[in-house]
Design a binder for this molecule. Sequence first.
Ligand code: DGP
Length: 115
Amino acid sequence: MTDKTIFSRIIDGELPGTFVYQDDVVVAIRDLKPAAPVHVLVIPRKPIPSLQHLDENDVELAGRMLLAASRIAEQEGLEDGYRLIVNTGPNGGQTVPHLHLHILGGRKMTERMVP
Ligand code: DGP
């Protein structure tokens, strides 16, 4: 048994993953169940459970996640735009307890989640 998250196991090479980006702070993999033609997860190497668990020490990490998302979107050819989602906690629909950004692109996002 291991208490590592699925994402930590992918990062450590214990489970397969299709990596599209890696640096010293974050990695990005293709989502197993894509909800759009491009669906990439941007994951910090540090296994922070969710956005609710970020603290002052993670300010640079949070910025690096956003910067990586922007670079990856460019690399994936999403010049017409994309959506970033951070599901957080049970009410946010988070299923993997390891902070991650979803990059969704390659189609028009018709579902309006905010008015
Ligand atoms: P969330 O619901 O926000 O916690 O999103 C978790 C996402 O992770 C979900 O879209 C499916 C994806 N996912 C779950 N397990 C795996 C896996 O083993 N590999 C990959 N690539 N993605 C996974």
